[in-house]
Design a protein. Sequence first.
Length: 416
Amino acid sequence: MTLGSIDYKIEGGDFAKLLAAFTKEKLIYSGLRENEDHLTLNVSFEHSFSFERLCRKEGYEPKRTAYHGMLKLYRSIIKRPGLIAGAVLSVLLMVYYSNVILTIKVDTDDPIIYGKIIDVLNADGVKAGAYIPDIDLVIEERSLKRQIDEVAWAGISRTGSGIAVDILEAVEAEKGITVGMPCHLVACEDGVIDDIELIDGQLMKCLGSGVTKGEIVVSGKIVTENSEWTKDGEVITSKTRYVRSIGKIRGTFIRTMVFEQPFDTEEKVLTGEKKKLSYFEIFSARIPLHTKISDGYYETAKEEKHFPEIGDFILPFGFTEIDLREFDIRSQVLDKNEALSRAEQAAYRYEQNFLTPYEIRGRSAKPEFTDDGVRLTVNYELYGDLCKESDFFIPKYIVPDLETVQKENVQDSENY
């Protein structure tokens, strides 16, 4: 396969000696034309260097006048360095973007699960612009299954310049129907009963009495006895029915919590360094326009999106800028007052998050300092719900005719 040919023009007088040299060297050429003072011919590119060397040996200087074939295309490209640079840059970008994440596809229709998956991947550094060969997909699959309860199985595969996350959602087993199922009201704290609102069930404790955790306060098993006297003596008959205990049992109880704060701790300190990330977004693809930032700890200070709008319609492409602030995790030694203050803050957060359903009637705190830190013991006197429902099942041999029992229970419920 030839790369092309070159047209030559040779000026001079007598060309007989030159043509004889061509024949002697068996030079291949075509289109030979001889005029009075010059000679024109066409030589393939493969023989052009031998041709030029032979002409100079015989005392002639050949001039190139035209190029043909691939040689002509090559020379036209050489004259346009921008085109070459663009082609080289395109190849480099193709190699680069074939190894970075541009899109993340998640196989789920649940927006909540989708958001959780994206959050976990982002926290692990698996996001647009991440270098795919540096990512261990098996570890990310395990991370998704470990951190998201709704995901029973996860598989991550590479798809060109992106990744695809396939999941199997965890399907909870259907809960049994509890309406009409008998249950007790069982104490969930050690306390004293202050208020009773009973709709159905057998009260086992009276107002003002103490209860222990796990003790039945209202029973769903109601036993009624009738006594009759006959000539043979007293005859006692009993009747048992099972109901769903319904009511509110409120009381006062004591809850003790311990909050510990070591003297040696770590805190986040801003270093003052700032980084800016720029992306070009088109549809769901995010193309990074920045170089790789140095390793470290960063938090997002601000994120701005610049997408063009036509009327009220936002076009699906634009630029995103994210400002990052670098921080460092540094060790800090607290004094006694600082450690105690942090322990009290932890107690306050506990009260705001877990004690809102109760009324705090009393609170006492006792700090204890050790060589390692402070131990804050807080005793809460709380008022609120003292019991919770506890379902139980009736053995089959006790209920020979289930339909009859269900009808009786329905009738009894209507009477109450």
